[in-house]
Design a protein around this ligand. Sequence first.
Ligand SMILES: Cc1cc2nc3c(=O)[nH]c(=O)nc-3n(C[C@H](O)[C@H](O)[C@H](O)COP(=O)(O)OP(=O)(O)OC[C@H]3O[C@@H](n4cnc5c(N)ncnc54)[C@H](O)[C@@H]3O)c2cc1C
Length: 370
Amino acid sequence: MITADALRGVPLFSALPPDTLDYVAGAVEDIRLVAGEYFAQEGDERALFVVIEGRAEITKVVNGDELVIGVRTPGMLFGEVPMTLSTKFPASGRATEPTRILRLGVSEYHSLAALAPSVAAHVGGVARVYLTDLQNWAAATPEAEAHLIGPRADRRVREIATFLSRNEIPFERVAPDDAAADGPVLELRDGSRLVDPTMREIAAAVGLGVQPTATEYDVVILGAGPAGLTAAVNGAAEGLRTLVVESLAPGGQAGTSTRIENYTGFPYGVSGDDLASRALKQARRLGAEIVVTRSVTELRPGGHDVVLDGGDVLRAPLVVLATGVEWRGSGRATDRRRRPGNLRVPGASTPATPDDGTSRTIPCTTLTSG
Ligand SMILES: Cc1cc2nc3c(=O)[nH]c(=O)nc-3n(C[C@H](O)[C@H](O)[C@H](O)COP(=O)(O)OP(=O)(O)OC[C@H]3O[C@@H](n4cnc5c(N)ncnc54)[C@H](O)[C@@H]3O)c2cc1C
């Protein structure tokens, strides 16, 4: 815990009388971070941070890349803009070396501002300086990775557009200038063109992972719906070599939902797209590897082998099945039976082999967020 004496050395607090300093000392959180640790994430609820020791950098995701847009050294603030404008964090903050930082929550900040109006004036002044920079970053037009050429209503064009969006690849649509085109065309930044491409061809062309980089992992997760991405975040956060294999694109069923009201931590609801996009960013940032357009076709119980389409074999002591469900259509509106992902597990009956009627346990964990 920081003392009132130590606070006197911080420019924001240096002119405060002793009883106000005592209040601040009791109200702030004294946080120690290691290099690379985040203390605020873009989109978080507001708070005010003051760097006491070490160094932090401010980052913002622009066009899918996390860019460093500022640096904070001892005495400097972060959170002045959201605190002044009552907005969420427009950027993230992370330590670049062992760092000590103070955090003042919203109600504590307002109490302090009532006790010492000079604090709010100081914070507001700093906010004005940074606001112009933030406006410029916010105005940056997403740079398209690709142009999707084809009629908007075409089923394949829509599928490709959804695939690109769910993989967070910025693209622009272009009306076709050739009515006799052989299907949708994806034109890449380097000028190359893919005509009526498969999703895997698209994924490879735009730099998404389609081939695992290793054959051995600590954990392999099947499916990148909410359950699979949650498992990936937790596995990677624990330092496990974590691979997610997704047969199409991240998000699963939830990615198609316009509004999810019952996901903990989102008091006003969240769109399925937003939820999936946040989870994907988090999993990637923590180091999970994600391959898309690849299906797991078989689990071999004895050796912990995971077989992908095309025959690649991966090994992991822990396999998490987060393949969700597919709706089994019979043509009748009343038939809403569900079946899990289409996997073959020789001699075993798990949620992955719904119809074979046999019964044996394999070392898998099955997750679903539904
Ligand atoms: C329109 C809509 C609205 C919804 N709204 C809500 C709501 O408001 N609240 C709520 O709680 N729930 C809602 N749901 C349900 C919720 O989306 C699901 O419960 C949730 O998505 C299940 O998550 P999951 O990760 O278990 O599976 P899924 O989301 O089904 O994800 C499974 C993933 O595994 C992949 N996969 C399958 N087989 C394989 C394989 N063999 N190899 C590799 N990958 C594979 C699939 O491609 C998929 O991406 C909604 C669903 C829909 C469709």
